[in-house]
Design a protein around this ligand. Structure first.
Ligand code: C5P
Length: 246
């Protein structure tokens, strides 16, 4: 089982002045936590897609089995570059580094659904907020029925041929670069995407408040089913990346 971790974004909204994936949460870079979580769920090959100008730094923090390749101009291009670097696998996961507290059980449920024969699987949660559509001036233009709305998370899981076909089609599409996830590319081709239950702890760290919430959760120990915490990773790693064994 292989995972691609798109981590080549600049993280401007976090305002840390460096790539978001390298920002630390309770002592460890987000990307290290995200990889550790995937490994604890049974992933044995991880390709991290890093900003081209931070490849060495990314390599220096990541333990095996993570490998690193340079990213592209947008998320879709970065995932495609990761996809080009993977070998044979029965399941390909795509997981945002910024969802670094995702519990291993969510990943296992996604993988199980792909192995059950679903070509594309996403974890998702009901939307708690009231949602409205607005016009360009910011005025409400009508209600949106919350029933049937889900917020989609990662890791998203795919049969390898399904993800490859979706990215091949995206490469020739002028609108695909705006896609914010891979399941959306499968949908755009008319493919079926199924859901498994997501988890609030798989939230995406985007703003300084998200970062503070992630720190608070780790400090409170409220990630009991989450990825291994820093000491577990550090015990098994040399400063320049030794093995994280399962
Ligand atoms: O910006 P946003 O948080 O929506 O990005 C989602 C994910 O896509 C992040 O993990 C980010 O690092 C990644 N990304 C990427 N290559 C880009 C832009 C974003 O891998 N060029």
């Amino acid at each position: 089982m292989v995972a691609i971790v798109p981590a080549a974004g600049s993280g401007e909204r976090l305002g840390a002045g460096r790539p978001k994936a390298l920002v630390t949460v309770a002592g460890d870079p987000m990307v290290v936590r995200a990889v550790a979580g995937l490994v604890s769920a049974g992933v044995d090959d991880v390709v991290v897609v890093a900003p081209a100008d931070h490849l060495d730094e990314m390599r220096s923090v990541l333990p095996a089995p993570a490998r690193t390749v340079a990213g592209g101009a947008d998320r879709v291009a970065s995932v495609a570059l990761g996809l080009a670097a993977i070998g044979d696998a029965d399941v390909v996961l795509v997981h945002d580094a910024a969802r670094c507290l995702c519990p291993a059980d969510v990943t296992r449920a996604v993988v199980a659904a792909v192995r059950d024969g679903h070509g594309a699987v996403v974890p998702a949660l009901p939307v708690a907020d009231t949602v409205r559509r607005v016009d360009p001036a910011g005025r409400l233009v009508g209600p949106v029925d919350r029933t049937g709305l889900l917020a989609v998370q990662t890791p998203q899981g795919f049969a390898p041929d399904v993800l490859r076909r979706a990215h091949e089609a995206a490469a020739g599409s002028p609108t695909a670069s705006r896609a914010t996830d891979d399941a959306g590319l499968v949908e755009a081709l008319g493919g079926e995407v199924v859901t498994v239950p997501g988890d609030p702890r798989a939230f995406k760290i985007t703003t300084p408040l998200d970062l503070a919430m992630a720190e608070a959760l780790l400090t409170a120990g409220d990630v009991s089913d989450g990825p291994p915490l820093a000491p577990d990773v550090r015990e098994r790693s040399s400063p320049h990346g030794a093995e994280v064994r399962r």
